[in-house]
Design a protein. Structure first.
Length: 346
């Protein structure tokens, strides 16, 4: 039996040496290591051998098996490698050439700006929330002290949704500012709260170099006990410092928005003329970047908050203008033209 095993091993080796493709290798495996192979038969029959013989034959058979399996693996590896080399030569593939670059996308300059602004406020303890672009008249206007016949509605040419209630009213619109989220936030989050609300807003306006019917805004809202205008100014100064740079001058002036009292606007020194006055800043040396103010007591009350206890500040700014100011882009429509020659620069 031992001699038989030795012979088997020799034969198998010799045959293996002659093999030069994977198909033959597989039939070799079946023949010598398969379920019906002689080796398997020997291993199965161990049980019926006398004890003395069983040990010697068992050891030898297992050795032969291990050695053949090892040879099989090595031969397989060698054949596979040889196949790759042959294929490469045949097809003239140069595997040392670098791969074709896959074009990877990038974030739109407005998205980049939006993320950057959010990051600045998040670092100051604000939370980012988002809300619906199709909004109720109530949240976009009424809740913000802009009732039906209020002239402030004229400044926000509204796109109304074609939906009528039974009483013939059209209460749905595309939000004209992200301020529409103010009351939604106050209704859901008890103070102290600090949020920024980025998103798309819509106005019924023709496109030109500075207008598109859809653009981006970010609003901020902070409500707590004892919030003052100093908090508002401090927060927005800090924002301007981080976004536009340490030494950019900032100016606050009075402004009017129905949902804040008092209201303000913030402007930064013109980046083009450095404050001397030019075409971009309309010869004023300043560029308005946001509206702000202390949350109106009636807005607080509408959210069930006692204005004697709570106060807050709010601000809102257009995002599209920021990269325009920063990179000197003179036409906002470029952002929405999907022109890769433009977009790839950012
Ligand atoms: N929503 C105002 C606008 O679109 C900006 C603003 C927001 C002003 C919050 C004051 C407070 O012009």
């Amino acid at each position: 039996m031992l001699k038989q095993l030795e012979e088997l091993k020799l034969n198998a080796r010799q045959e293996l040496d002659a093999i030069n493709n994977l198909k033959e290798l597989e039939s070799w495996r079946v023949r010598y290591l398969g379920k019906k192979s002689e080796l398997t038969r020997v291993l199965r029959s161990l049980a019926i051998l006398p004890l003395a013989e069983r040990k010697a034959v068992g050891t030898s058979a297992n050795e032969v098996k291990a050695s053949l399996e090892d040879s099989l693996a090595r031969k397989g590896q060698a054949l596979r490698e040889a196949r790759v080399v042959a294929q490469t030569e045949e097809e003239h593939i140069d595997i040392t050439l670098p791969g074709r670059p896959l074009p990877v996308g990038r974030l739109h300059p407005i998205t980049q700006t939006l993320y950057e602004i959010c990051d600045i406020f998040v670092a100051m303890g604000f939370q980012v929330v988002e809300g619906p672009e199709v909004e109720w008249d109530y949240y976009n206007f009424e809740a913000l002290n802009i009732p039906k016949e209020h002239p402030a509605r004229d400044t926000m040419s509204t796109l109304w949704v074609d939906f009528e209630t039974d009483s013939g009213e059209r209460p749905m619109l595309l939000r004209t500012h992200t301020t529409s989220m103010q009351l939604r936030v106050m209704e859901r989050m008890p103070p102290p709260l600090r949020v920024v609300i980025p998103g798309k807003v819509y106005r019924y306006e023709a496109s030109d170099a500075t207008h598109t019917p859809m653009f981006h805004q970010i609003d901020g809202l902070a409500i707590d006990e004892g919030i003052t205008m100093a908090d508002l100014k401090g927060t927005l100064y800090e924002f301007a410092r981080r976004f536009f740079g340490e030494d950019r001058k900032v100016r606050f002036r009075c402004d009017y928005f129905p949902f804040v009292e008092p209201g303000a606007e913030m402007a930064i020194e013109c980046s083009v003329c450095g404050g001397k006055g030019c075409r971009l800043c309309g010869n004023t040396g300043w560029i308005e970047i946001l509206g702000a103010g202390m949350t109106h007591p009636e807005v607080l009350q509408r959210a069930g908050l006692d204005p004697e206890v709570y106060s807050g500040f709010a601000f809102g700014m257009g995002i599209d203008r920021m990269p325009m100011l920063r990179y000197g882009i003179d036409d906002t429509r470029l952002f929405y033209s999907s022109d890769l020659r433009f977009l790839r620069q950012f």
